[in-house]
Design a protein around this ligand. Structure first.
Ligand code: NAD
Length: 255
């Protein structure tokens, strides 16, 4: 028996990187899921369908910063699976971002980071929460970042956006608690995701070493390190936990 049997989840940014690991882990615990990403998630979905059945998964190519697309995605998920219990707000502009001085960040890039990393989660909640409210239960997991608690420099747009996620979670948890909706932030430390390794070797070199040095448990971190916390926050075992930030980073920051 899986810990998420009977639950339906949406994972944004589930086509690649850490999100693909989240999608596979949720399915392995029995959840049926919609993978929503600006990239094509059909390969990840096909793998899940082979392992867990064709009815366990669907995927959609969408931009989470586009309200019409988010509305359509939620309608499609309801039509396909009949309910939404778990929302993982994981999509973000992260892996391709270069370290840049605050005076040199392109304003259009700043706006895009805010649109994907903050407007995206807001739009997802705006359209998913009514369905969770109707059933009196839901789990929203917003993916934050340990960078917020250290104030990592030369990443001002990204760190600011993830700082917003911490506030977003706290405010939402108090607003939605009466409807049985739990809202938490999962804040990974620096993770060697396939995408950051492939797209940003410079960042891996600088952030990777510094992160390991700051950890109580001094080793590299991989997407698999996040899965226990994700499943805990998505399942019934965390039903009295809301408004929290759970840092999964080998003891680098204390939240
Ligand atoms: N890798 C790390 O070190 C690390 C650390 C802390 C937090 N995080 C967070 O974890 C999450 C996943 O990180 P990752 O390392 O896999 O990076 P990533 O940049 O590869 O993941 C982002 C995912 O979001 C998707 N995406 C981007 N723009 C989108 C849009 N407009 N609409 C829909 N989908 C979109 C991408 O296609 C990708 O699948 C992100 O929220 C990231 O900020 C990562």
């Amino acid at each position: 028996m899986g810990r998420l049997d009977g639950r339906v989840a949406i994972v944004t940014g589930g086509a690649k990187g850490i999100g693909a690991h989240y999608a596979r882990a949720l399915a392995a615990e029995g959840a049926r899921l919609m993978i929503a990403d600006i990239a094509d998630g059909s390969e990840v979905a096909d793998g899940i369908a082979r392992a867990h059945g064709a009815n366990s998964v669907a995927s959609a190519v969408i931009d989470v910063s586009d309200e019409a697309a988010v509305k359509e995605l939620v309608a499609q998920t309801m039509e396909r699976f009949g309910k939404i219990d778990v929302l993982i707000n994981n999509a973000a502009l992260f892996a391709p971002l270069k370290e840049t001085k605050c005076t040199e960040i392109d304003t259009a890039v700043w706006d895009r980071v805010m649109a994907i990393n903050l407007r995206g989660p807001f739009l997802m909640v705006k359209h998913v929460a009514p369905h969770m409210k109707a059933q009196g239960y839901g789990k929203i997991i917003n993916i934050g970042s340990g960078t917020v608690f250290k104030g990592i420099p030369r990443f001002l747009h990204y760190v600011t956006s993830k700082g917003g996620i911490t506030a977003f979670t706290r405010s939402l948890s108090r607003e939605l608690g009466e409807h049985g909706i739990r809202v938490n932030t999962l804040a990974p430390g620096f993770i060697l995701s396939d995408t950051v390794v492939a797209e940003n070797p410079k960042h891996v070199e600088t952030a990777g070493k510094a992160s390991v040095a700051g950890r109580a448990i001094r080793r590299d971190a991989h997407p698999q390190d996040l899965l226990g916390a994700l499943i805990f926050l998505a399942g019934a075992e965390s039903d009295f936990v809301t408004g929290q930030t759970l840092a999964v980073d080998g003891g680098n920051v204390n939240t």
